[in-house]
Ligand binder design. Structure first.
Ligand code: URP
Ligand code: ZN
Ligand code: ZN
Length: 469
């Protein structure tokens, strides 16, 4: 197919051109391309963006006796409707070996409708696991997530994080870090429960921003001592941005990701009667934190915006219709009487691009190039997917979004393909929306029409991680 008269937006420029797709790839970009025999689509007045790359999603993730409500098909279908054609999911370390955990995840993920890669959750560490880490790259996984929170469950000791950082560096892998202070969270949570506090806002009060700030600096200093790169996931607090900047200014190869919820919502949302909808870890914070995170994105301290998409139903006792079938999955109601039992996580994989176009570009904070860099090109570069993904270049996968920058949409759960019963942006007026989405040259979203298929997504193997940005 030949796309005529488009305005192409990449991470560094915006220009008028035609774009020719042949098979699964971009074949040619230029003025007045003549390609007899190819179907022509005139996209005058529309933008052509590289498909979004979401570096942080959790599909089919078991938590608190239930499971995140999008599986690899529904979650990737929702992603596509929002203009995202590549996602990076997390493998839970639920089996004795890393390899077994990856194999089980591969089976579950095979129904994905867009392309996908994986990070490994490294939530245990001993000599045998250490020996297995470098072999993950043979399985196409070159990034590991470690935690400084969730004591006795997911957390690693600082010394083990240091060892993992050194090993990862040797193997060409990147360590992602969830930065909170597990010990303080344990103490505050026990006190809050003993005092009879049950409401959602206590989730935030028991996970203070200072814990995230301190853990971010600790992570950067461990990376400095290991002489290894590090990527701080879901940054949420102003002080974290300051710590990341402090480390970067001193030559530490530290990078960061934030998510729309940390830019757009605050603890006040947790105080609403339906506050459980906003429960995620780390928690949403204050308007001052939102502002500092926006600034960190604009000034290059933070490199990516992912979603941490990990949806649960608000009321999983009441079925919704999804693809014509009734579905009910236990969700936030599990914690009606105890905030510690509310499954942690939010929907967002479909919302990310339209919401950020409206709030980032509509407000004048970002240029369209910055939007593409933060949501597509930078995650692709950091995680070793560039230039196959995140680029408009001859030879890149033809993952394209035909974007209508003027389209106004009243957004909410009715428009969303995320498999849950609520949307955080209910009733928001969005300007700028995907019109058509191509995955490797194939049209998979045409307005409200779904043309994608179960299992059409490819597993993207990554033998090494990518660049330091
Ligand atoms: O609340 C969240 N974010 N759940 C997903 C797990 C994580 O730590 O990213
Ligand atoms: Zn996390
Ligand atoms: Zn996450």
């Amino acid at each position: 197919m030949l796309l005529k008269n488009g305005t192409l937006v990449t991470s560094d420029k915006t220009f008028l051109a035609d774009l020719l797709m042949v098979g699964e790839k971009i074949a040619q970009i230029g003025e007045k391309i003549d390609a007899p025999g190819h179907e022509i689509l005139d996209v005058s007045g529309k933008l052509i963006l590289p498909g979004g790359v979401d570096p942080h999603v959790h599909f089919d993730l078991p938590m608190f006796g239930t499971v995140s409500s999008d599986d690899h098909y529904t979650g990737t279908k929702a992603a596509a409707f929002g203009g995202t054609t590549t996602v990076i999911d997390f493998v839970s370390f639920d089996f004795p070996t890393l390899r077994q955990s990856v194999e089980v995840w591969r089976e579950k993920a095979a129904k994905a409708a867009v392309d996908y890669a994986a990070h490994m959750n490294l939530t245990r560490f001993d000599a045998q696991i250490a020996a297995e880490i470098p072999r993950l790259t043979d399985l196409g996984i070159s990034s590991l997530k470690v935690f400084t929170a969730y004591n006795n469950r997911l957390r690693l000791a600082d010394g083990d994080i240091f060892r993992v950082l050194r090993m990862a560096k040797e193997a060409g892998m990147l360590v992602l870090l969830h930065a909170e202070n597990g010990d303080v969270i344990e103490a505050l949570t026990a006190e809050a429960l003993a005092a009879g506090h049950t409401e959602p806002v206590w989730h935030a009060r028991t996970r203070p921003a200072w814990g995230a700030v301190e853990a971010t600096l600790r992570a950067c200093s461990l990376a400095a001592q290991a002489d290894a790169p590090i990527y701080i996931v879901h940054m949420n607090a102003a002080g974290e941005v300051d710590m990341l900047r402090y480390a970067r200014e001193r030559g530490v190869r530290a990078m960061g990701e934030t998510c729309p919820q940390y830019l757009l919502f605050t603890e006040d949302d947790l105080r609403r009667p339906d506050g459980a909808k906003w429960i995620c870890s780390p928690p949403v914070r204050t308007a001052a934190d939102n502002a500092r995170l926006w600034q960190g994105l604009s000034d290059g301290t933070i490199q990516t915006v992912g979603t941490d998409h990990c949806p649960f139903f608000f009321d999983g006792t009441k079925p919704i219709l999804y693809d014509g079938e009734p579905v009910a999955i236990p969700g936030k109601e599990l914690g009606r009487d105890d905030f510690t039992k509310i499954p942690n996580g939010l929907p967002g994989v479909q919302d990310r691009l339209p919401v950020l176009w409206t709030t980032g570009i509509g407000s004048g904070k970002w240029t369209p190039q910055q939007f593409v860099a933060l949501t597509s090109t930078n995650p692709a570069r950091i995680f070793g997917l560039y230039p196959r993904k995140g680029a408009l270049l001859p030879g890149s996968d033809a993952d394209l979004v035909i974007w209508d920058p003027n389209r106004k949409v009243n957004y909410g759960v009715a428009r969303s393909h995320q498999r849950t019963d609520y949307n955080l942006y209910e009733g928001w007026e969005l300007t700028g929306y995907p019109e058509k989405v191509f995955l490797r040259g194939r049209l998979i979203v045409d307005g409200e029409r779904w043309l994608g298929e179960v299992g059409r997504g490819q597993f993207l193997t990554r033998q090494t991680s990518g660049e330091f940005l």
